[in-house]
Design a protein around this ligand. Sequence first.
Ligand code: ZN
Length: 376
Amino acid sequence: MMSINGKNTTTTSQPPPPHSTGDGGGGHRLRLNPNSEHEPDNYEDLEVEFSPLLFSALERYLPPSLLSVPKETKLNYMNHILLRYSSKTDRLRLHKHKEYRQKIISNYKPLHCDLYTMNGSSFFIPSFLKAISENTEGSFRSIMKEDSPGIFTFEMLQPKICAKLVEEVENFEKWVHETRFRIMRPNTMNKYGAVLDDFGLESMLEKLMDDFIRPISKVFFSEVGGATLDSHHGFVVEYGTDKDIDLGFHVDDSEVTLNICLGKQFTGGELFFRGVRCEKHVNTETQPEESKDYPHVPGHAILHRGRHRHGARATTGGHRLNLLVWCRSSVFRELRKYQKDFSSWCAECDREKKERQHKAITTTKLELLRREEATS
Ligand SMILES: [Zn+2]
């Protein structure tokens, strides 16, 4: 599903808008090109159905006559447009999912309450905290390795927090087993594992994204919406010979993915990468320099674009748990519909472009040679 819902998906009880078909010339439309000089309003203080950031970004695309009207009027106008993308079925599904979450949260008793509110100094190792507080490319690079372009590895979580997260997930699994509660697994590929957002860790993960992942992504992944990450899907996957063993080659439904190994003891399970690709090129060949393997180290994180193709090799012994945060930008997802040439980050698009340029140059050279020969 191409979701454009942000973190405010809780307010979905509004009736559908009286708009729709055949808007004609007088309907709700956006301009093709943004007004880059316009200073957008801030929508954080309003109860909105989509991310406030999305409204601020869309504002530049409003018809000129609307740029100076009251904020509520602009909001209403943009909401009409956005609701076209979110069907009644989608909203009903969101409502059902909210009820499902509520049912778990009111019955499940957490084991480690301190995990549910984030305390930076007990969660992270000091060097990571320092780099984030300095908030510069240099400070991030001082703790990160980028052995392959766009794949960043660094030490992040305190061992004690890794252990507590593992225990919390095990405690949750135990509760699920005892109460025979039917839970949804994190995604279509993993049979084991749990969605952390579903049992109360949503606000902790939101803070993790807002205060830690977004500042880094703003620097390294700005072309895929790194600065405007505004919603997430957080889950733990479990691997072992009695669990999921490996994970096939895929891309994530995210702009940026944070993957942290939590432990415990294991062999194998390396993460392998195969280059960044857009929708159109997702199945194209891997260039030799794009192929790279990363071992998992407990407490260490790997940060990459969601469109960086990857998979996990077989965990050959022991038991491995990883925490994944898929970070999404509704602004990026919305704006890519309006812009041509939106895939500069795709290695294959880039290669094709260079090839076209090379061909054009060769043709011109040949043409010049031919003319020279003709005149001599
Ligand atoms: Zn492409």
